[in-house]
Design a binder for this molecule. Structure first.
Ligand SMILES: NC(=O)C1=CN([C@@H]2O[C@H](COP(=O)(O)OP(=O)(O)OC[C@H]3O[C@@H](n4cnc5c(N)ncnc54)[C@H](O)[C@@H]3O)[C@@H](O)[C@H]2O)C=CC1
Ligand SMILES: O=C(O)C(=O)Cc1ccc(O)cc1
Length: 317
C-alpha cells in the first residue's frame, strides 16, 4: 500500500477506464476520497454497489468540489461540455486531466473553459479492452502498459510529476510528448487498426456468397481477433475518428498506398516482395514480445515453445 498521493480525486465518467482507475486508487490506497460522477442514475448506483468511490454524484460540478485531481473518463467528444460544467467549481491548484484516446482535440475543447488557477495535464493510458461500463474495470489493466501525458508548454512541471506518480502507482510506465505527436503515433498503432477491424468485419458480414453462419463457423483466429476489436464501443470510436481526423486520414493514405503495392505483388506473382514484407513484420512482432509488451504471448512462449515446422529441417538434417 502506497501513501495517499491525493486527498480527493474526482472521476467524471465511470466506464472501463474510470472504474479501473477507481479500483487502483481504492486497492492501492492512492487517495483518501474518490468522488464519482456519471450522468445516468443506473450507472451511478452500479458504481456505488461496486464500491468504486466514497461519494457518488449525478452533477459533476458537485463531484469536483475540493478535489485535488479531476480526471475526465468520458468519450473524447464529451470532454468540452464536461470541462465547461466543472470549470467554475474547480479548486485553485487542482490538477485536471483526462484519459481520452485523442489529445489535440481534447486540449482544444477543454482548455478554453479551464480557469488559470488549475493545472491541465491531459493523459492517455494505452491500455484497454473491447468492454465498457463500470463492471469492466480491473486492477491490473494499466500494469506494464504505457500512459502518455501531454502537458502544454505552460503547464506546471510539479503537476505533471504528481500525475506521473499516480500512473506509476497503478503499474503503468509513463512517457511525456506533445498532443500532436501523440495523435500521429496513435493514428497508426491504434486508430487505423481499429478502422481496419471495423471494415473487415463489415465486409465479411455484407458478403452475398458467404453466409453469416459460415463466417462464424469458419472464422480463423486472425478474423476472431478482428471481431473482438470491432466489438469496441461505437460512441467512443466514432468520437476518436471524428476528432483525430487529419492524422487518421494521413495514415490511411499511406496504408492504402502500401496495400496497393501488396495487391500488385499478388497480381504479378512477386513472391519476394511478399516474403520480404512478412519477414520484416514478423521481426516487429518478435521485438514486441521480447520487450514484454505482450505478456500473454510472452507467457505462452515460456510455457510452450512454438514449433515452426516450415523452418525446421527434415528429420536427421
Ligand atoms: N476502452 C478503451 O480501451 C480505452 C479508452 N480510452 C478512452 O477513455 C475514455 C473513456 O472510455 P471507456 O472508459 O472505455 O468508456 P465507457 O463507455 O466504458 O465509459 C464512459 C463513461 O462516460 C459516461 N458518458 C458517456 N457519454 C457521456 C456524456 N455525453 N456525458 C457524460 N458522461 C458520459 C458513461 O456513462 C460512462 O460512465 C474515452 O475517451 C476513450 O477514448 C483510453 C484508453 C483505452
Ligand atoms: O482492446 C484493444 O485491443 C485496444 O486497443 C484497447 C485500447 C483502445 C483505445 C485506446 O486508446 C487504447 C487502448
Amino acid at each position: 500500500m502506497t501513501a495517499p498521493l491525493f486527498e480527493k480525486v474526482a472521476l467524471i465518467g465511470i466506464g472501463l477506464i474510470g472504474s479501473s482507475i477507481a479500483i487502483n486508487i481504492r486497492d492501492r490506497g492512492l487517495a483518501r476520497e474518490v468522488a464519482v460522477a456519471t450522468r445516468r442514475e443506473a450507472t451511478l448506483r452500479r458504481a456505488e454497489e461496486l464500491r468504486l468511490g466514497t461519494s457518488f454524484h449525478l452533477d459533476p460540478a458537485e463531484a469536483v468540489r475540493d478535489a485535488d485531481l479531476v480526471i475526465l473518463c468520458l468519450p473524447v467528444g464529451s470532454c468540452g461540455a464536461a470541462a465547461a460544467a466543472i470549470a467554475p467549481h474547480l479548486k485553485p491548484g487542482a490538477i485536471v486531466s483526462d484519459v481520452g484516446s485523442v489529445k489535440g482535440a481534447v486540449v482544444d475543447q477543454m482548455r478554453p473553459h479551464l480557469p488559470a488557477h488549475v493545472h491541465f495535464v491531459p493523459g492517455h493510458p494505452i491500455a484497454g479492452t473491447e468492454q465498457s461500463g463500470p463492471d469492466a474495470g480491473f486492477l491490473e489493466l494499466f500494469e506494464n502498459r504505457w500512459t502518455i501525458l501531454t502537458p502544454l508548454p505552460d503547464t506546471d512541471e510539479a503537476a505533471t510529476e504528481r500525475l506521473r506518480a499516480l500512473w506509476l502507482a497503478t503499474g503503468a510506465m509513463v512517457e511525456v510528448m506533445t498532443p500532436e505527436h501523440h495523435d500521429l503515433v496513435l493514428a497508426i498503432v491504434s486508430h487505423v487498426p481499429h478502422l481496419i477491424a471495423y471494415n473487415i468485419v463489415g465486409t465479411a458480414a455484407d458478403l452475398e456468397t458467404v453466409t453469416q453462419s459460415e463466417v462464424i463457423k469458419f472464422s480463423a483466429s486472425g478474423f476472431r481477433d478482428f471481431t473482438r476489436i470491432a466489438a469496441s464501443d461505437p460512441t467512443m470510436w466514432r468520437d476518436i475518428f471524428l476528432t483525430n481526423r487529419d492524422a487518421v486520414l494521413e495514415m490511411l493514405a499511406r496504408f492504402s498506398e502500401d496495400l496497393a503495392s501488396l495487391q500488385r505483388a499478388i497480381r504479378w506473382g512477386d513472391g519476394d516482395a511478399l516474403f520480404d514484407l512478412f519477414t520484416r513484420t514478423r521481426a516487429i512482432r518478435r521485438s514486441i514480445v521480447q520487450a514484454g509488451q505482450d505478456t500473454e504471448e510472452a507467457n505462452f512462449g515460456r510455457l510452450k515453445p512454438r514449433r515452426d515446422p516450415w523452418n525446421e529441417g527434415a528429420p536427421g538434417e
